[in-house]
Design a protein around this ligand. Structure first.
Ligand code: ZN
Ligand code: ZN
Length: 92
């Protein structure tokens, strides 16, 4: 059972890599300590100053999206079972 979210840019579908890095820039009130880290390791929280980033910039298309919008959860299991059931009745 794998319910882990798939992470990619909601605009261009770019996937953050393990070596992708974001800088804590003064783009939001209370931010700007210049810490460099992977923002998906901390769910958007800067480890340097503790600022929680509501927006996450894409390193590919350069557009900012809400951090939550980067997480794409797989469809509910119920839908998969329903689709399989329809396939079986179709054979009969
Ligand atoms: Zn993008
Ligand atoms: Zn910071």
């Amino acid at each position: 059972m794998n319910r882990e979210a798939h992470i990619h840019c909601p605009l261009c579908r770019w996937e953050p890599k393990a070596d992708s890095r974001w800088v804590c820039a003064p783009g939001e009130p209370g931010s700007g300590c210049r810490t460099v880290w992977n923002t998906f390791w901390t769910a958007g929280c800067c480890p340097g100053c503790g600022h929680f980033w509501s927006m996450t910039a894409c390193l590919s298309c350069q557009q900012s999206s809400p951090h939550e919008a980067w997480y794409h959860f797989p469809p509910p299991v119920a839908n998969v079972e329903e689709a399989e059931a329809k396939e079986e009745t179709g054979v009969v």
